[in-house]
Design a protein around this ligand. Sequence first.
Ligand SMILES: *Cc1c(COP(=O)(O)O)cnc(C)c1O
Length: 390
Amino acid sequence: MIPYGRQEITQADIDAVVSVLKSDFLTQGPQVPRFEQAVAAHVGAKYALAVNSATSALHIACLSLGLGEGDWLWTSPITFVASANCGLYCGAQVDFVDIDPRTYNLCPKALAAKLEQAETERRLPKVVVAVHLCGQSCDMQEISVLSQRYGFRLIEDASHAIGGKYQGEFIGSGRYSDVTVFSFHPVKIITTAEGGIAVTNNDKLASRMNLLRSHGVTRDLNLMTHESDGPWYYQQVELGYNYRMTELQAALGISQMGRLVAFVARRHELAKRYDELLKDLPVTTPCQHPDSYSGLHLYVIRLKLDAINKKHRQVFESLREQGIIVNLHYIPVHIQPYYQEMGFEPEAFPQAMQYYREAISLPMFQGLTDEQQDDVVQALKIALEVGSYL
Ligand SMILES: *Cc1c(COP(=O)(O)O)cnc(C)c1O
């Protein structure tokens, strides 16, 4: 069986975690700040706040930007549900912007059109979550021009994209956005088991997210409303959560960060091989924008359904029956039952729906061997019944 994604754990990773287990701190010790520094330094951000998941990072990012009741958050329908749910957690309403049919990322033209309409209806978004699908950056320059014109704040959901670049700078540098979020779930590029991080260059947002991830409680005199009662003193100055990352997770993260560049490079080798091996098959391979160096979390193909005698589902099932555990990223969020209750028309986002009818995520992870990749391609040829290519 070949999964679509899988972590790589070395002896060094295991040793790093074991040494934390034998140390004084299992949480709130020195590993979390070290991990934060490693990520901030790598991506070129001023601050990094490690938390227990990217979902938590999205939540505190939205809160730190002041998202609340009566506000709107917009994102792409082709994403994991967490990119939209973070708006609902804050009491805001959620809406979607259709995808670019080539990159499958939120389409800046569709965004511009929707903003123009929303302005006349006085329901402009407060926050837009730009999701870097598969690890390829959205057109952030274009989106940030719109954010200045219409006054919304920008979060990059870069759960797929650590180690990727946009216009030659690492994703997370914050040139075009307020906050960038990465995920360290085991299927992502590097892992801390569960875990996520929010990076920003903004002092106020960093300080706010720091409070929110730990109960809204502070020991910093500057953040207190009045003088300390004594050395035991702490103050709760807002309503926060316990979203902290543990020391074990951070130690694993530090160890994994050391291999990030190699992981992404290997993913690029694999993508290049797929591009070549699939070029005569009736599938569309991923389009890479010249501004982008993708983190390549996913390698998504789209079936040319007009050119094959198979249904999308049959191809998917055949691959799974052959032990290739492909996946589909993603079911459009707006057609999830929970979102359907809010009244979204499925065909309101036609590019997202068309993508959903054709997309398959092939195995893509650093430990995938060339031989396994050849097996994936062979299985795909069988699934597509392209006899002449066998
Ligand atoms: C994985 C993922 C998340 C959530 O990450 P967790 O760390 O599992 O909470 C959010 N957005 C996208 C696009 C993801 O792929």
